[in-house]
Design a protein around this ligand. Structure first.
Ligand code: ADP
Ligand code: ZN
Length: 630
């Protein structure tokens, strides 16, 4: 039933009840109630004109002339007041003589059945209506929390947020040019789908945008829609997962139906991880059926969707590692765009976008603001500009000056530090030297992969900085020399900290874990330890159904061999430490210089790194390798 219709029906019912009640009320005003004895007296005196007999009542009309002789004066007065008809009503008592008396007095009388409808209405229909009304009201209330109301379960209309025009274009997105470039193709497809169709080109179906909160994932998706001039349908992954089983799946179906109607368009699913967590990881009991059903439905819909209709599904997450692998397979979210937190230059550009409509004092230097905001995401920078503007307004200034930015910075940094997202000066120094150590070792070791980028921009919670190494080719085999060099690179971060500060930090946990795993693998799987020889020692995997349950590790070797394995792992790590310490001590100046550049610029790319090495009389081991046959 349509909502509007339902409404007018309600009004009609209400009006009907009102009319009936009113009529009854008016009737009662025009009728005088007599006692039965009064009625009998009036009858005996011949003052009754005609009556109607009902099972419980007698109603009729009186002849008012000379009534005073029969009835008390007050009663007669009241009867006269009822108007011309002098109607009366009286409650019937068991009186078998009534009919003979009426016959004798020649009063016209008729029988009538008591009208039951009003009683029926009041005693039965009205309470029912009230109950139904309350029920509707409650359902509406419940529905308010969940979306479309209980009658609209599965309709995602209420939750899908649709914008015909997002009003955001690539101009509004700054500092993430690589991501923009990758998405340019999507824009072009949405603008000229027929061109692609004719050429039979393969269009991405799903694009996954990966990045920390506030880095502009939603903004970027909106900008793609805005650039292409297509509608933007968005909703959040967490909203799919409902309290009723099957609702999420219905929502997904409905979402895709809507998208098909609006095509060409962009469907944006925020927080994909809420919906797309790997199936069957939530414990022993088989996990969350509802979420799995929803996820399965999403997979089915994406598979059945023909890209040529011009619908592109975009999704955002900051935890790609927990997504169900099925989501990332070809034909689903197979295109990945990563957004990092902006570097110095990026931050300046983002600030520029956000101060566009702000009056700045001439001395405001956005570059220096950018320099003071390492670790800020786009949203933090937007917030900073906003805060500074508010402060200026509060003080009645005409323009936002540097002092406002300083104050706003102090406040926001304090907030972010609480959330552990901004490093203090000492932490930055440690991270810079740590990463410089990794990078330098990777460059100096012939068999390590070469470095493409070093950065001390924090990435997520775990990594405070990172050194990106690109293998030159796909590898299927690794030689022992390569594994040893990798071990060196892994340990170099920690050792650089040790050399430069005489102290170490917790930042190397992941490095050490990886190095240990690698050394153990070399010993137990690859036969790379002389002491243990060529035997492999497998520690048996824990059965899947006991995942997460703490069991003592089961070994297929003797206690004594296990001790030897541990000693060998230890030896490999100690030797690597020895080598790395020597190398880094020998090139301490280069290490310090690289850390210095990192502190200043936050990111050093391949060219910057090569220049720096040359300046210190060093060669990248990878340059020398270039012409060499493998
Ligand atoms: P996410 O979806 O990654 O959490 P949003 O896209 O919601 O982040 O970003 C929040 C706000 O931060 C945006 O509306 C915008 O004002 C600002 N912002 C984030 N990144 C950028 C950027 N690269 N350029 C300009 N503004 C940005
Ligand atoms: Zn490290």
């Amino acid at each position: 039933m349509d909502k509007k219709q339902a409404f007018s029906l309600w009004y009609m019912l209400l009006a009907l009840v009102l009319i009936m009640v009113l009529q009854e009320f008016i009737d009662s005003r025009q009728t005088q109630t007599l006692s039965y004895s009064e009625f009998k007296q009036a009858l005996a005196a011949g003052k009754v004109d005609d009556i109607t007999l009902q099972p419980g009542l007698v109603t009729g009309r009186l002849n008012a002339d000379g009534l005073e002789q029969v009835l008390p004066a007050a009663r007669v007065e009241a009867i006269r007041k009822t108007g011309g008809e002098h109607r009366f009503v009286t409650v019937r008592v068991d009186d078998p003589e009534l009919v003979p008396q009426l016959d004798a007095a020649k009063v016209r009388y008729a029988g009538a059945l008591e009208s039951k409808w009003l009683a029926l209405l009041l005693s039965w229909v009205v309470p029912t209506l009230i109950f139904v009304g309350i029920w509707f009201f409650l359902m509406k209330r419940m529905g308010g929390g969940m979306g479309g109301g209980i009658l609209e379960i599965g309709k995602s209309k209420a939750r899908v947020y649709m914008q015909q025009q997002t009003g955001v274009t690539f101009k509004d997105v700054a500092g993430i040019d690589e991501a923009k470039e990758e998405l340019m193709e999507v824009v072009e497809f949405l603008q000229h789908p027929e061109r692609y169709r004719r050429l039979g080109g393969k269009i991405p179906k799903g694009v996954l945008i990966v990045g920390a909160p506030g880095t502009g994932k939603t903004l970027l998706a909106k900008a793609v829609a805005g650039e292409a001039g297509v509608p933007f349908l968005s909703l959040s992954g967490s909203e799919f997962v409902e309290m009723f089983v099957g609702v999420g799946a219905a929502r997904v179906r409905d979402l895709f139906d809507q998208a098909a109607q609006k095509a060409p368009c962009i469907v944006f699913i925020d927080e994909l991880d809420a919906l797309g967590k790997a199936r069957g990881v939530s414990g022993l009991g088989g996990g969350n059926d509802e979420r799995e059903q929803t996820l399965n439905q999403l997979l089915v819909q994406m598979d059945g969707f023909d890209t040529n209709r011009g619908v592109i599904i975009m999704a955002a997450t900051n935890r790609p590692e927990i997504l169900d692998p099925a989501l990332l397979r070809a034909g689903r979210f197979d295109r990945h765009v990563t957004i990092d937190k902006p570097d110095l230059n990026g931050r300046r550009q983002i600030l520029e976008v956000h101060v566009k409509n702000v009056t700045l004092a001439p001395e405001v230097d956005l570059a220096s603001v950018a320099a003071r905001t390492p670790g800020f995401a786009g949203a933090d920078l937007a917030n900073l500009v906003n805060e500074a503007t508010l402060r200026a307004a509060k003080r009645g200034k005409d323009a936002v000056d540097m002092q406002d930015f300083e104050d706003a910075l102090d406040r926001i940094v304090a907030g972010l530090e609480k959330k552990n997202r901004v490093m203090n000066a000492m932490e930055r120094r440690i991270v810079a030297h740590h990463e410089a150590g990794h990078a330098l070792l990777a460059e100096l070791r012939e068999h390590a992969d070469k470095v493409s980028k070093v950065s001390i921009i924090p990435r997520g919670v775990a990594a405070l900085g990172y050194t990106q190494q690109l293998p030159t080719e796909d590898r299927y085999l690794l030689r022992q020399s390569e594994l040893l060099d990798r071990l060196d690179v892994l340990l170099a971060g920690r050792i650089a900290e040790q050399i430069m500060f005489g102290d170490v930090s917790t930042g190397a946990e992941n490095d050490l874990q990886r190095a240990t795993d690698m050394a153990r693998h070399m010993v137990t799987h690859y036969g790379m330890s002389e002491t243990l020889g060529l035997a492999t020692y497998d520690s048996q995997p824990t059965p899947l159904y006991l995942n997460g349950v703490n069991l003592p590790e089961r070994r297929n070797c003797s206690e004594r061999t296990a001790e030897v394995i541990d000693a060998e792992v230890r030896r490999l790590l100690d030797e690597a430490r020895q080598r790395v310490t020597e190398t880094l001590n020998a090139h301490r100046d280069a290490l310090e210089a690289l850390a210095g550049v990192l502190l200043e610029k936050e990111v050093v790319d391949r060219t910057g790194l090569e220049t720096l090495l040359k300046a210190h009389g060093l060669h990248s081991a990878h340059e020398a390798q270039a012409g060499k046959p493998t």
